[in-house]
Design a protein around this ligand. Structure first.
Ligand code: BG6
Length: 288
């Protein structure tokens, strides 16, 4: 299928009717629905679907830079680009294909990208939907340069929540984090699970492999499992920042929460010919 700007989108469906929609713009997942049709991702009603603008919602991929931690544009260029379908990807482990519906995408740098970031790479992304309707993403980034390069990375996942004040995030207790609201200074998480009553913009360091998001109002739990991705970003813009974003509704912060599997504090280094793999698996216990 194509969106209204003629950009191709791929729809994956599980046998029981769960679905995921992936756009070639950014290699971005824009929708992930349970077999009951519940949407698990947030996309802003004000999102702009016109490349190179990044789409506000779903799962934008931040690469080769996270945020403004470097000389590139915010969150790097991968989310602004048109990716292609990779019809003949190098094999993955058989477990990564069995019983799943998937699509393979590919991004290579354009001559303009090489001017701002002079490193040749191949970025292969597999998005799959399991029989249970779980969403997995596997990113493989290869250095096809003659020199090493470094990058940071995030699956900037916008989860849909019923009411942010009823949400609890578990799995980040006692961790150190960098706080973007305080000059990226380092703090240690003290309390219990995270709850939300103001703007949050943090990078939790060396997090455990699973983080859980409980939505009390609808009694739904979403699990974020990550591999190769030490850090977890937690972001909610809250009231004031929401008003400053043109592609985000003033009240929409109440219905979203970003929790990203990421590699930010320590950049990934690849030598010529080397490949890095970063996985994300999103699963859920449906609302009752
Ligand atoms: C977060 C950053 O992950 O992404 C925030 O930590 C930023 O500082 C947010 O505001 C959204 O970024 P963007 O570029 O999509 O508006």
């Amino acid at each position: 299928t194509k969106d209204k700007n003629g950009i191709e989108q791929v729809v994956l469906r599980s046998p029981r009717g769960a679905s995921a929609r992936v756009s070639l713009h950014g290699g971005q997942v824009l929708s992930w629905k349970t077999d009951r049709g519940e949407e698990l991702l947030f996309t802003s009603s004000k999102a702009i679907f016109k490349p190179p603008t990044a789409v506000r919602g779903g799962i934008p991929i931040c690469f080769p830079q996270f945020g403004n931690r470097g000389a590139l544009e915010q969150h790097g260029f991968a989310r602004n680009k048109i990716w292609v379908i990779d019809s003949n990807p190098p094999p993955l482990h058989p477990n990564d294909s069995e019983g799943k519906n998937y699509v393979d995408l590919l991004l290579k740098p354009s001559p303009e990208d090489l001017k701002v970031w002079p490193h040749s790479f191949e970025f292969r992304l597999r998005v799959s939907l399991t029989a249970d309707g779980y969403l997995t993403m596997i990113s493989r980034i290869r250095d096809i340069n003659c020199k090493p390069f470094r990058f940071s990375f995030a699956y900037h996942t916008y989860f849909s929540v019923s009411d942010i004040s009823e949400v609890r995030v578990e799995g980040l207790e006692t961790l150190d984090y960098l706080d973007n609201l305080y000059q990226k200074e380092r703090f240690t998480e003290q309390g219990d699970a995270l709850t939300f009553e103001s703007e949050v913009d943090r990078v939790y360091l060396n997090a455990t492999d699973t983080v859980a998001i409980f939505d009390h109002e609808i009694k739904r739990t979403v699990f974020v499992r990550k591999e190769g991705l030490p850090d977890v970003v937690v972001w909610n813009p809250w009231e004031k920042k929401s008003k400053s974003m043109v592609d985000f509704g003033d009240e929409e912060y109440k219905h979203m929460l970003c929790v990203d599997g990421a590699a930010i504090e320590k950049q990934i280094t690849l030598k010529p010919g080397e490949e890095w793999t970063g996985r994300l698996e999103l699963s859920f216990v449906p609302s009752t």
